[in-house]
Design a protein around this ligand. Structure first.
Ligand code: EPU
Length: 432
């Protein structure tokens, strides 16, 4: 049941926090495990709702899943009992990735239309075109996509945009296909590289040239089980980092590495934040004053779209005009209206902040101009998605006075026990 966070803002966050495994990797790895009848073990799996939803999906297909409080997930699918999970509709964006595993093991797959956050149209044309090229026939039904294939064959696929989901879909289909698949202009997010490492551990033959965005997969007839440790969640790390910086505290984020957070670390350093890398942690130290900056979101290694919402809170605290050009999703500024009610000075517009992006000349409000420094006041907010919700929580931690933030489901979908972990850093946050 969804609840509320009651937050009394103004306390600098201090202390150590450990980041758990990335939800956007662990959930895909659970789907990868469907490619074999042998057991797979995933370590460092976050105990978030996204994992529960994915678990339910896998169990309906026939998986036996055990997830312990030690963040260890054992998943085994000795037999595919069900190739159609349509009534699962609208829960998250994971089911579409099950096409490959189900087709390889049973020759057919039916998955529901996708859910996930309302941050743009989020079409799946790139997934469907790529699978078509590999010999998969996909029929759109009233509430689902139904796929069949006589044989899945390697293909040369070039994406017009490096889509994370479409790259993963092709990977999960190509690993057991007949022949070689090449993905050009592939997404190369660290979560994808980690999925590749897991698939290689299962016996897949994959070569990846990240700099060139080319992934080459030579299909193998069968895959085995594997033991894999999920990489740390970059979005969690960024949320804790901004919460520390915006409240002018100091937090040591254990498990975070500057290697995977490069664009973020560079940006907050330019704003005046202190950042130092230790052997197993990144330390973020707040400053009295921050400088304004400009950010354009982009596929990795660029500044990730999931980071612009927390960064906006630091921009509100910075002196001068900061800008965010969102080039990955067309509708990801829904959260700013609540920040305005808290006292932020933010304008959104449909114009690109140079250089133009693929939304140029369209009517999507995909740019924001933030004039600071503003002091925020606590207020009542209803969260509408994971990253926006997290930005609201951070804003409330910074604000003077009390905020009541409802819709905790959104936070629980993406972050494990976020309220408890913030409380351990000194935040005055209660769940009711
Ligand atoms: N796109 C298409 N056609 C497609 C696929 C994508 O036009 O067939 C467009 C999308 O509409 C979007 C852009 O390409 O404008 C990027 O989409 P992408 O496929 O890269 O994203 P995704 O796989 O749907 C994942 C994460 C997102 C994250 C993006 C970008 C998961 C479950 N979701 O989404 O995470 O923002 O990659 O890095 O892995 C979040 O965790 O809050 C979240 C939204």
């Amino acid at each position: 049941m969804t609840g509320k966070f009651i937050i009394q803002g103004g306390t600098p966050l201090r202390g150590d926090v450990t980041v758990y495994g990335a939800k956007n990797a662990a959930s895909k790895m659970m789907i990868a495990s469907l490619l074999t009848d042998e057991p797979c073990v995933l370590e460092n799996v976050p105990l978030s709702q996204e994992i529960d939803i994915t678990r339910e999906f896998c169990e309906r297909i026939g998986s036996e899943v055990a997830i312990g409080m030690d963040h260890r997930c054992e998943i085994r699918t000795p037999e595919i009992k069900n190739t159609s999970v349509v009534e699962f509709s609208r829960k998250n964006r994971i089911p579409i990735l099950a096409f490959g595993p189900l087709l390889h093991r049973k020759g057919e797959a039916e998955v529901p239309f996708l859910g996930g956050d309302a941050i743009g149209h989020r079409p799946i044309d790139l997934h469907l075109e790529a699978l078509n090229k590999m010999g998969v026939t996909i029929e759109r039904r009233e509430r689902s996509y139904y796929a069949t294939a006589d044989a899945i064959i390697g293909a040369d696929i070039e994406f017009p945009f490096p889509s994370v989901g479409a790259t993963e879909n092709v990977l999960l289909t190509a690993v057991r296909a007949r022949g070689t698949t090449t993905i050009r202009n592939a997404a190369v997010e660290p979560e994808i590289l980690d999925l590749i490492r897991m698939l290689q551990g299962m016996g897949a033959n994959i070569a990846c040239d990240s700099a060139a965005r080319v992934i080459t997969i030579r299909g193998v007839p069968r895959l085995t089980g594997a033991v894999h440790r999920v990489l740390p969640d970059r979005n969690e790390a960024v949320s804790f980092a901004v919460a520390a910086l915006a409240t002018r505290g100091q937090v040591r984020i254990v498990g975070a590495s500057a290697d995977d957070l490069g664009a973020f670390v560079e940006k907050v350093k330019a704003m005046g934040a202190g950042v130092s890398q230790e052997a197993d942690a990144l330390v973020f130290s707040g400053a009295d004053a921050y400088r304004a900056t400009d950010v354009a979101t982009a596929p990795h290694p660029g500044f990730m779209t999931d980071w612009q919402q927390p960064l906006a809170i630091l921009m509100i605290a910075a002196r001068g005009v900061s800008t965010i050009h969102e080039t990955v999703y067309e509708d990801r500024f829904g959260y700013v209206k609540d920040l305005r009610r808290m006292g932020a000075n933010i304008e959104v517009s449909d114009e690109c902040i140079a250089p133009p992006c693929r939304y140029a000349g369209r009517t999507f409000n995909h740019s924001a101009r933030i004039t600071g420094a503003s002091l925020l006041k606590g207020t009542d907010i209803v969260m509408t998605d994971i990253r926006a919700g997290m930005a609201h929580v951070i804003a409330a931690l910074v604000a003077q006075g009390k905020s009541v933030i409802s819709g905790t489901d959104h936070i629980d979908r993406g972050y494990e026990r976020m309220d408890e972990r913030l409380r351990a850093l000194g935040a005055d946050i209660k769940r009711v």
